[in-house]
Design a binder for this molecule. Sequence first.
Ligand code: NAD
Length: 454
Amino acid sequence: MAKVSVFGLGKVGHTLAACLGAAGHQVVCYDVNRALVDAVNGRSLHTQEKGVAERLAGLGSDRLRATSDAREAVHQSDLTFVIVPTPSNMLGGFSLKYVLDAFRTIGAAIRDKEGPHSVSLVSTVLPGSSDRFIGPALEEASGRRIGHGLQYSYNPAFIALGEVVKGFEQPDYVLIGEASSPGDALVGQVHQAMLRNNAPIVRMKAVEAEITKIASNTHETMRVAFANMLLSLCNEMPTTDVDRITGALSHRIGKRFFKGAMPYGGPCWPRDNKALAVLVEAIGGTSALLRAVDDSNDEHGAYVFRKLLDITRPGDTVGILGLAYKPGTQVIERSYSVDLTRWLVAEGRRVVGWDPMAMDEVRAVLSNQIAFADGPAEVLKACDVTVVAMPLPELAEIDWTVAGDRVVVDCWRCVPEGARTRLKNYQALGHGDEVPLGPWIADRLGNRFDVLCN
Ligand SMILES: NC(=O)c1ccc[n+]([C@@H]2O[C@H](COP(=O)([O-])OP(=O)(O)OC[C@H]3O[C@@H](n4cnc5c(N)ncnc54)[C@H](O)[C@@H]3O)[C@@H](O)[C@H]2O)c1
């Protein structure tokens, strides 16, 4: 087993540390935030990630501990993982400020360390960052050359908040971007011990791994936007059901991230799309697709909003079930539900919100604009229209009949089949009206359709 240090104990870093420790590695953690260091040592870390508390509790301080001494963390390990913020900047790129601070600190510690040392960056960066800035900063601070007593790899995580443990222990694949040839065997061995599945380890150049990481997210947004386009088509076209269409397509093109529903949001997808677009543009490549995906996402958000305006009036009460950007998290960054709430309030609707995890976060930004319910049943009883904005597992068990003859708009078609039939006014977004299609086309499109088929 290896001696490993982890720089950065945030949402991803503390989970990586716990998984490394559970895999049998000897782990020393470091963070500039002393409270996090103390919380890790006291095993009192506040975490939203399933499986982290159990893993930490099962590890003695001889296996996992934290320190506020960066030099000590480096000196007591052979490999350092770095997972610090890379915030988006005004131009849409990713700032390396925190990464470079961490690498200079690590490099300075390596300078007087005996034996080789490996550094592996997990944070999301703009492609080219390792070659242009990070590798040189590490070499300068350490006084060593990569490949000579010093190894560097770019080693991004393909994780989803709420399931970060799974992302590290059961990933689809492990990606290692290498800065030298031969690359760093240690980082692969450390991952191998953490794996609970047969995920392949894929090696490539650092810049290729940087591209792969962002491309993975941007491809997912493209699939979501495509499925959402189909949702709007089916919602308008009588007798059609978007799930039948995406379901059939899934046999050929896979079903992951392929459900027509709400616009995407959250802390990663929108910013990764933008960053790749600005980079591709800067180097003279073609970025239209990336921009189109984001435009389509915005258009879809406006579409869903319009549909709700169509069925409500100023003064009506609209309930929103699911306020975070996705189920299983308290994160509301770029949450469509929060945008939707603001727009509805601006159009004179009264909004009642509920979310199983993100109530405090939403209260902090919307407290005086909306009312908050204690549970979904209260929303159904209080609102003229309730929007199922997220496919929350909690909704499987509730008594939908409390809605009476009020409207329920199911954006995800996740209300259980049995409950749908008991609801008097259930509207599934993505299902066209059940009216004869031929006459509808003649009435709605008339000559325009005839010409299209001519
Ligand atoms: N959150 C996600 O879903 C997700 C998914 C994939 C990739 N990422 C990427 O992972 C990176 C980290 O994300 P996060 O959500 O864990 O961030 P976070 O803000 O939750 O945590 C970052 C931690 O780094 C610490 N830190 C800052 N500077 C440091 C330094 N010089 N030395 C040591 N620690 C330092 C901070 O105190 C903080 O605890 C980002 O680049 C992000 O894009 C995040």
